[in-house]
Design a protein around this ligand. Structure first.
Ligand code: NI
Length: 268
């Protein structure tokens, strides 16, 4: 049994956007896909404030875009995005919609178990939000325990991997080189640049902003708003440009495609 998906030349989408979206497949097509590839990509975002000029959907839009680009390059199926994440500390700002850690854990656990039940063995979660990391890893641990307890036929072959696009080394290097310390830690110019590339209408929100409060510890929503009155943490999103965003998408998709390839090839 091979896990390898059809390969493609670097940077050249080899699979149509339609072909890699689970939402547009029929069940017999998914069954046939599973004969040749056991991998699947799950985009994971958040719906939360991104400073006074950034879109609420930043983390979900970016995670889904990177996931679809990795899917187009690799031919690996992409599920619908999980657009609600763990954003409790952003609830002091209008528009934020958060899942409690225990809720997100349950959602991801059930997503993994559903996929594993059909025979998917490599679950590659492309994440756009730092606040999801701890909970996603806990969900994977819980899913492994449940898969074994339920006696799923391939429980011992199940692997889950979290890929944070904004933490890919080439993405972080490019962000440092373009923005230096003004990249900051929330509502960063790199993520905002990607949204400007994806949704040109967001350009109209861009305007110069005063110096942001520096990054600090994260406690509850009231404390967060007190420390970071406009929602940003040390960032200057006005530096973001759509053409930077196109570059970040390419860098993230290249790095994560390579991680995915290695993940699919890993021995069970
Ligand atoms: Ni974000």
């Amino acid at each position: 049994m091979t896990f390898s998906a059809p390969s493609s030349p670097p940077g050249a989408p080899a699979h149509s956007a339609e072909a890699i979206r689970l939402q547009l497949r029929s069940w017999p097509e998914v069954e046939a896909y599973l004969q040749t590839c056991k991998g699947v990509i799950v985009p994971l975002g958040s719906t939360e404030q991104h400073g006074p000029t950034g879109a609420i959907g930043t983390d979900a839009l970016t995670a889904e875009a990177v996931a679809l680009e990795v899917g187009r390059r690799s031919g690996v199926l992409v599920t619908p995005a999980q657009a609600f994440g763990m954003a409790e500390h952003h609830l002091g700002f209008a528009g934020t919609v958060s899942l409690q850690p225990s809720t997100l854990l349950a959602v991801l656990h059930d997503v993994v178990l559903s996929l594993a039940g059909h025979g998917f063995e490599r679950i590659f979660v492309i994440n756009g939000h730092g606040g999801n990391i701890a909970t996603a890893k806990a969900a994977f641990a819980q899913a492994h325990a449940t898969a074994a307890a339920r006696g799923l036929p391939h429980a011992d072959r199940l692997r889950c991997k979290l890929a944070n696009w904004f933490m890919a080394a080439p993405v972080m290097r490019e962000a440092r080189s373009l923005y230096g310390d003004r990249e900051g830690h929330h509502a960063t110019p790199s993520e905002i640049a990607l949204t400007l590339h994806l949704e040109p209408s967001l350009q109209a929100k861009q305007r110069p902003l005063p110096e942001a409060a520096p990054a600090g510890p994260i406690h509850g929503p009231d404390d967060f708003r007190r420390r970071h009155p406009d929602g940003r943490m040390g960032s200057d999103p006005y530096l973001a440009q759509a053409d930077h965003g196109a570059r970040f998408l390419d860098l993230a998709a290249t790095a994560l495609s390579s991680d995915l390839e290695a993940f699919l090839a890993e021995a069970a």
